[in-house]
Structures are given as C-alpha cells and as structure tokens.
Ligand binder design. Structure first.
Ligand SMILES: Nc1ncnc2c1ncn2[C@@H]1O[C@H](COP(=O)(O)OP(=O)(O)OP(=O)(O)O)[C@@H](O)[C@H]1O
Ligand SMILES: [Mg+2]
Length: 314
C-alpha cells in the first residue's frame, strides 16, 4: 500500500510546502507539522483569498496524500457527505435479474410469501456493490493515504457539524446495512471557514486552530514571485507595496492574495513597468470588488501609486 510522507519537523513542513508552490509563514508550517504528527484536524480560518483552500491542497501534495474535497453548503447532509445507495444501479440490476427474480418467487402461494423470498436477497442490493461513497467515506476507504478537505464548514448547518464531530473523533462511520468502516490509514483533515457563522466549541476543541491573516510584505512578495514567474522585480515590489497600502484604507473588502495576483497579472498583460496614479485607477477593478471601495481608493491614488516596501523586504 502506498505510504504518506510523515513530516519530520517544522522546517521540513516549510520546505515541503514551498516545494509544491505554497509559501507558509512559520505559524502555518507549525500548524501543518502538528496536524500531521498529532493526527488532528486543523481548522483554518481567515478572510477570503488568503490561501486556506490552497493550504489544504499543498499539505496533501507535500505529504503524498490524495486530496478529497467536501465543499460545504447550506442543506448539505449525510447522504451527500458520507454515502448514498446507488438507486439507478439497483434498479438496473433488478431489470437485468428479472428472470432470476421470477424464478425466486415462482410457486409462492401468497404475496407475503413472495415478498419474504425476495427479502432473503435484500442484502445483495444493500452491499458494497451499490454503495456510492461520498467524500468522507471515500477518505476513510482510500487505499492511498488521504487528505480530507472540508471546505467552508461555516456554510453547512450546525446539525452537520455535530455529525462531523463523530466522524472526526474516531475516523470511523457506521453504515447500518454493512457495518462500521474504519479508516485504512488515518486521513489528515483540513477544515476551512470564512467565519460566516460561529462554529461550535465542540468542533473547535477537536481541532488545531490556525488563523491566516493577510500576508506580511515579505511573504506576499515571495508569493507573487512564485505565482507570476517572469514578473519584473520592480513591478512586483510596487504592486505589493500598493496592495499593503490599500489594505490600510478602511474598505468593505480589503484585497487578498488572490486579488493581488489578479492585479499583477493584469498589469503584466498591459506591459506595465511601474505604477502611476492613472494606471492604478484604470485597473482597480481587478483588485477591489465593491464600487464604494474603488471610489475610496480613487481618493488616494497618489498614496497608493507612491507606496514603497519597507527597507529590509528583499
Ligand atoms: N501562501 C501561499 N503561497 C502561494 N500561493 C498562495 C498562498 N496563499 C494564497 N495563494 C494564492 O492565492 C489564491 C487564493 O487562495 P485560496 O483560494 O486558497 O484562498 P481561500 O482562503 O481559500 O479563499 P476563500 O475563503 O475565498 O475560499 C490561490 O490561488 C493561491 O494561488
Ligand atoms: Mg477557499
């Protein structure tokens, strides 16, 4: 059976995350290391676009685990998260086995007797053959060690959280018709949340907690270099300085790493060598998503275009 890499230290976690294109802070690398070694789920919170989902992907890749993702939404229930019976396939089999079924009930004197005979074969239709694993069961049954990403848990209902607690407590689930399925290898679990609602204390207690904030200038510059190869150093520095300055304005939605990357890619396409007020004004819509925020930024074009990175950011 394929094996996952076990992280040897925080430094090892950092190096492996970097090697798959994710630039962690020391705090992020520490959480990943602890989550791996303590086999504990890690709950990652923070604003949109700071790299929560990407961290799960990188964690999986860095440790040789298959990423299995459960995207949460309102109304998500066990049948979508755990397993379903494959109804269409069951139906198809009953069609194909029509003759056999007829033989089974041939000679039955009453309806009840016929039904009793069919019931004897019920197990066949509620067996692994007709089980459709959804992400959680897939992660438990995966031959290859898995990383289960439960993305945006705050969008699911509180009842779903309660159900999740049981699964996370012993990495096992019970399918009444089949029995208990225990994980072949303990998956690593990353949950993400945008804090759309407060999560239960019980869930928080079972998880390591990691808050990812907007990156420091140094880390953001390195992320830009990594994600937009070929960008000139001068433009990268100007853009990161500008974004860091914009985040200090009182905006409804400050730009995140995702938007920084969108902005700089747009500027590269426009063959910009540096920033000036007009260029900032013309391209703000790739960076800010609210008209009010764009308006506010337009009042500070000089401040944005003129921003410089602090000395020491290399
Ligand atoms: N540390 C990092 N190293 C490299 N790239 C990063 C890093 N953090 C974020 N990114 C980039 O930022 C983008 C946005 O990240 P991601 O989608 O993971 O954000 P998110 O926090 O999950 O946002 P949302 O809450 O909206 O789902 C990714 O495509 C990735 O390229
Ligand atoms: Mg995400």
């Amino acid at each position: 059976m394929p094996e996952a890499v076990s992280l040897a230290s925080v430094q090892d976690a950092e190096a492996r995350l970097r090697s798959v294109g994710y630039l962690p802070s020391t705090e992020i690398a520490t959480s990943v290391y602890l989550a791996d070694r303590l086999e504990k789920p890690v709950l990652v919170e923070g604003p949109a676009g700071v790299g929560k989902t990407e961290l799960a992907r990188a964690f999986g890749q860095a440790t040789g685990r298959t990423l299995i993702r459960l995207q949460c939404y309102e109304g998500l229930d066990e049948s979508k998260a755990l397993y379903e019976w494959e109804y269409a396939k069951q139906l198809l089999y009953t069609q194909l086995l029509k003759d056999k079924i007829a033989e089974t009930i041939a000679g039955a004197s009453t309806l009840r007797e016929a039904a009793d005979r069919i019931a004897g074969s019920e197990d066949l239709f509620f067996s692994e053959r007709f089980l459709l694993p959804r992400p959680i069961l897939a992660a438990l049954r995966s031959e290859k060690p898995a990383l289960l990403l439960i993305d945006e848990i705050d969008k699911a209902d509180p009842e779903f959280e309660a159900f999740l607690l049981e699964v996370l407590a012993d990495f096992a689930v019970t399918v009444p018709e089949i029995g208990t399925v225990k994980a072949l290898t303990t998956p690593r679990v990353v949950l993400t949340s945008n804090a759309a609602r407060e999560l239960s204390d019980a869930l928080k207690r079972r998880c390591l907690h990691l808050y990812i904030d907007f990156p420091t200038p140094q880390r953001e510059l390195e992320i830009v270099r990594g994600r937009v190869p070929g960008v000139s150093e001068a433009l990268a520095r100007k853009v990161v300085a500008a974004v860091q300055a914009i985040r200090k304005l009182d905006l409804k939605k400050p730009p995140s790493i995702a938007e920084t990357l969108d902005w700089i890619r747009a500027l590269v396409l426009l063959e910009a060598a540096t920033l000036d007020g007009q260029l900032v004004s013309e391209t703000l819509s790739t960076l800010l998503k609210y008209e009010a925020d764009i308006g506010k930024a337009r009042e500070h074009l000089g401040y944005i275009a003129g921003a410089e990175l602090p000395a020491g950011v290399v």
